[in-house]
Design a protein around this ligand. Structure first.
Ligand code: ATP
Ligand code: MG
Length: 216
């Protein structure tokens, strides 16, 4: 099974994916975790270009194609072989992020993005997508506290290129994700991520256990 975690900056994807991975591995599932952009040697190099604040002049189409390039490599090198081997693959962001950020956020053509997502993903769709939804302000506040507390999961560092974009950009992304959830209701589950870590974790484990049961 292939599960992606999506949502705006600071909604809790990395935190929750780590907790879910630990729990599912403890239950005996062959869990593999990865992330986008990145997850391969080539992909991590492209990731550093994509997120570098000094790449602020990147053309939106160049940005889109770099994300898709990362994805093609990740699927070919890691995700497809892991799925074929029977692993339970958890991915921190996947192609819905491209629709939300480059489509709804940057305003690039949604049909083009859908075609590129399909091509770069080698036709592989998540079986389940957990969309962590919270207000943009909540996500930003969490990121600010992550910088204050560099010890937390996924923590530390300085703001990346996406995080330095304005509030309206992130609001379009949140609304874009919610629209996607309506269109792709067969695989996207919206979780209220404004709650505390434990409550959100409970909601996510319910979604995961239900999906795993359906596939037995
Ligand atoms: N439900 C929550 N309530 C309060 N704080 C949280 C919650 N979930 C995560 N956090 C904290 O908020 C910060 C951001 O969480 P995390 O890094 O998991 O988000 P993310 O969605 O992966 O962010 P990014 O988009 O930047 O990768 C972290 O410091 C984390 O400990
Ligand atoms: Mg993260």
């Amino acid at each position: 099974m292939f599960v992606s975690f999506e949502g705006i900056e600071g909604c809790g994807k990395t935190t929750q994916m780590g907790l879910a991975a630990e729990r599912l591995a403890g239950e005996g599932y062959p869990v593999v975790v990865t992330r986008e952009p990145g997850g391969t040697g080539i992909g991590e190099q492209v990731r550093s270009i994509l997120l570098a604040p000094e790449c602020g002049n990147m053309d939106p189409m160049a940005e889109l194609l770099l994300y898709e390039a990362c994805r093609a490599q990740l699927i070919a090198e890691r995700i497809r072989p892991e799925l074929e081997a029977g692993s339970l693959v958890l991915c921190d962001r996947y192609f819905d992020a491209t629709t939300a950020y480059q489509g709804y956020g940057r305003g690039l053509d949604l049909d083009l993005i859908e075609r590129l997502n399909d091509a770069a993903g080698h036709g592989i769709e998540p079986d389940l997508t957990i969309l962590l939804d919270c207000p943009v302000e909540t996500g930003f506040e969490r990121i600010r506290s992550r910088y204050r507390d560099g010890s937390s999961r996924g923590g530390g560092g300085t703001p990346d290129r996406m995080e330095t974009e304005d509030r309206a950009f992130h609001e379009r992304i949140r609304q874009g994700y919610l629209r996607l959830a309506e269109e792709k209701g067969h695989r996207i589950r919206v979780v209220d991520a404004s709650e505390g870590v434990e409550e959100v974790y409970g909601q996510i484990m319910d979604c995961l256990h239900q999906a795993l049961k359906e596939r037995e």
